[in-house]
Design a protein around this ligand. Structure first.
Ligand SMILES: [Zn+2]
Length: 453
């Protein structure tokens, strides 16, 4: 009873005393999903400073019932960009994926490398130890659980305030849940990023959000027959999500599913190791027109148009300043579990490369006219929906036959991608460009294997 009262009081304090006290919930993610959250009135003649929040990650399922104490990221609000001294409330949910219950003593702690477990953060803490007071219970305890007991398979919502320091820059919190007096839950290793800008004309980039274009110095080799060859790994993803509890073919689903945590770790690896994401358009220009690419180019491709393409992949790619290619199957759009037509448009509007994966997710080992229907109609629909000229294609399930190149050419496609591993791309096989699958459930090593193919 005492704890419940304390929690209600803290939540009320976190919400500025305006909203009714209640546990955080999914709507908080939607509320903070985009747009301006608090324009501040500038002094006369000063440049205004408007606080914004990037889109959040909506609830995603994860495998539960793992023996021991475990947790997985379930949802979070978006990364905010604040003005000096500004503050906002962050909402994060973790799913109890373990076999043990959390008895009113789970906390959300900061964790290394930045600002580090048990160290104060510039984003606020208990007011002592060098951090401003933001109602966090202690410097390393930014949130406490809002319910007295969270059983296996149940979701714990945390809310906490962050307060922007006076110095503009990009600040990070490492977050993971902790069973007080017991153990850190080892599964999540989540970094929450807060950007602080001086004003609307001086905005620091969220990690990689605004990246100056890389110099283009990497040219294809010209062979004696006039063809061009360049090595560009093109990585193939399907689901970027937590595994569902059941699936008709769980072995396949596991192989096709990379967790959001692993995916973010892969993006960090690519960024830290000097890779630059390019698109189907870039590769075509390089092979057909001898255009130079940035050093260490890599293509990130996402097949079929699953819902997580918009809810998980897009925010993460944006956060790291990267571009992905989304091969969308027209007749899967707007179905349960897939992106909507509006989201197809939103991906394109966000600067992503939306390309074709046929009308239906069927084999292209078909007579010419059947392939032409699948390819030409899909190009028409996707061009209409995205407002772009869709001219690149990936064969569903990687299946094609001797007529596929002719069909693609007649439909006006410039390139086509199969699925067998390999990274040496050649203008002699523009309709048989190569991709390598990133297998699920294997962490960053799965991507390193695909990169090396
Ligand atoms: Zn597919």
């Amino acid at each position: 009873m005492f704890r419940r009262l304390v929690v209600a009081t803290i939540l009320l304090a976190l919400m500025g005393g305006v909203a009714p006290a209640r546990p955080a919930q999914a709507a908080d993610i939607a509320d903070a999903s985009s747009g301006a959250v608090g324009p501040t009135t500038p002094p006369q003649g000063a440049v205004p400073c408007t606080e914004t929040v990037d889109p959040g990650i909506p609830p995603v399922a994860a495998t539960t019932g793992v023996t021991g104490a475990h947790a997985a990221l379930y949802a979070r609000s978006g990364f905010p960009t604040l003005c000096p001294g500004g503050s906002t409330t962050v909402t994060i949910a973790f799913l109890n994926t373990g076999s043990l219950g959390w008895y009113g003593n789970a906390a959300l702690g900061t964790w290394g490398p930045e600002p580090g477990q048990d160290r104060p953060s510039a984003l606020g803490g208990d007011g002592s130890g060098g951090s401003p007071a933001t109602s966090w219970s202690r410097a390393n305890r930014p949130g406490i659980q809002s319910m007295p007991y969270i059983g296996p398979g149940q979701v714990m919502w945390f809310q906490f305030a962050v307060q922007a320091p006076a110095t503009p820059g990009v600040y990070q919190l490492g977050l993971r849940p902790l069973l007080e007096g017991q153990q850190w839950l080892e599964d999540p290793n989540l970094t929450f990023t807060v950007a602080v800008k001086q004003d609307d004309q001086h905005v620091p980039a969220l990690p990689g959000a605004i990246v100056p274009p890389a110099p283009r110095t990497y040219l294809p080799a010209m062979l004696v027959d006039g063809s061009r060859v360049i090595r560009v790994p093109s990585l193939m993803y399907h689901y970027v999500s937590w595994l569902p509890t059941t699936d008709a073919n769980m072995a396949l689903r596991k192989d096709l599913t990379v967790s959001p945590t692993d995916f973010e770790a892969m993006l960090i690896y690519l960024k830290d190791n000097g890779y630059h994401t390019i698109t189907t358009k870039d590769l075509w220009w390089s092979l057909d027109q001898t255009a130079a690419l940035p050093a260490k180019p890599v293509m990130l491709t996402f097949d079929d148009g699953y819902a997580d393409a918009y809810s998980v992949v897009l925010p993460l790619l944006k956060a790291y300043g990267m571009t992905g290619t989304f091969f969308v199957t027209v007749n899967l759009v707007d179905r349960p579990g897939y992106i909507s037509r509006d989201q197809v448009r939103a991906l394109a509007d966000a600067g992503m490369d939306v390309e074709s994966h046929a009308m239906d997710h069927v084999s292209m080992m078909k007579p010419l006219n059947d392939q032409i229907y699948q390819m030409c109609r899909a190009r028409d629909f996707l061009s209409l929906w995205t407002g772009t000229d869709v001219r690149h294609f990936a064969y569903p399930s990687g299946d094609y036959n001797a007529l596929s190149g002719t069909a693609l050419e007649r439909c006006g496609y410039l390139s086509g991608y199969k699925k067998s591993g390999g990274a040496v791309q050649t203008s002699n096989a523009m309709y048989l460009l190569q991709r390598a699958r990133v297998h699920g459930q294997s962490g960053v090593s799965a991507m390193l294997i695909a990169l090396g193919q």
